[in-house]
Design a protein around this ligand. Structure first.
Ligand code: CP
Length: 315
């Protein structure tokens, strides 16, 4: 296995190969050990400056990246679109080039537009890490999700994972499908017909519209939030009917022939896609996912920064 990534940016799981995924996980194992020590900091990114540009709301991803950067001793600057000059009409490229001129080495960006991270990587001179671009990809979420499965089951190969809910508007679903398939898992999506994209069969995965059937099939269920902010239309008759058909409750889990693991990328809507009892149960690894996010993001930032340093050394 190579000790460097095949890519210069993290734009999506689509662009990573299996060796990249294994390298990120092995590196995250080392950083997970670091962040559980009494002194949770290493000097790996000392003198590297990282800008976190969040053009869209975030709690977990933003704080997790910031913590990962600080644990690696990077200098960190944070930018939120609200209150910035973006509201005065400045373009994305101009905004980022102004920030880069302050001697910034890496950019972590969340943006509402699909493809924004790819566009940026083609138009500015910096390492770009996609922290979620519209309904396109959320690569670090998929990495931390797969890492959490690997942590629980030792291996991902052959595991059956169902992703339940709003697949149509979900960047988490697409990145998870790419990641789990590359790692040899079997993947199913489950939700109302209106929330499953028509191209889904081309990704080599199963589709079900029956939650009980999907839960019985899987080892792991990754529950997604209904993304009302990306829906211009009503995709199901009412939230109550959605809950009846696609909400996971303890009563449903207790009817299954075997225990399954419950995941959720957050933010969760308690009582909609997942009951409070399930979210807080022993079967849930939701908070392990959040914990693992820091180690995964440390690994991604470290591997991308190391690669740039190697390239500098060669030129
Ligand atoms: N999972 C996730 O992306 O959460 P945030 O929107 O809070 O970052």
């Amino acid at each position: 296995m190579s000790n460097e990534l095949s890519v210069n940016h993290l734009l999506g799981i689509k662009y990573l190969n299996r060796d990249d995924l294994e390298l990120i996980f092995k590196t995250a194992d080392q950083f997970k050990e670091v962040i559980n020590r009494p002194i949770r900091k290493v000097p790996s990114l000392r003198d590297i400056t990282i800008a976190n540009l969040f053009f869209e709301n975030s709690t977990r991803t933003k704080l997790s990246f910031e913590l990962a950067e600080k644990r690696l001793s990077a200098d960190v600057i944070n930018f939120s679109a609200a209150g910035s000059s973006v509201t005065k009409g400045e373009t994305l490229v101009d905004t980022v080039n102004n920030i880069l001129s302050m001697k910034v080495d890496m950019v972590v960006m969340r943006h509402a537009k699909p493809g924004a991270a790819i566009f940026l990587s083609q138009n500015v001179n910096s390492i770009i890490v996609n922290a979620g671009d519209g309904a396109h990809e959320h690569p670090t979420q998929a990495l931390l999700d797969a890492y959490s499965i690997r942590e629980k089951y030792q291996d991902i190969e052959g595991k059956k994972v169902v992703i339940v809910g709003d697949i149509l508007h979900s960047r988490v679903a697409l990145s998870n499908i790419f990641c789990l398939r590359k790692l040899g898992a079997e993947v199913m999506v489950c939700g109302p017909t209106t929330l499953i994209p028509k191209y889904i069969h081309s990704l080599g995965i199963k589709v079900s519209h029956n939650l009980m059937e999907a839960l019985e099939w899987c080892d792991i269920a990754n529950m997604l939030r209904v993304q009302h902010e990306r829906q211009e239309l009503q995709y199901f008759p009412s939230v109550r009917e959605y809950v009846q058909q696609y909400g996971v409750t303890m009563r449903l889990l207790n009817r299954l022939s075997k225990p399954i693991t419950i995941m959720h990328p957050g933010p969760i809507n308690r009582g909609v896609e997942i009951s409070s009892e399930v979210a807080d149960s022993d079967q849930s690894i939701i908070l392990n996912q959040v914990e693992n996010g820091v180690a995964i993001r440390m690994a991604v930032l470290y591997l991308l920064a190391s690669k740039k340093e190697m390239n500098f050394a060669q030129t």
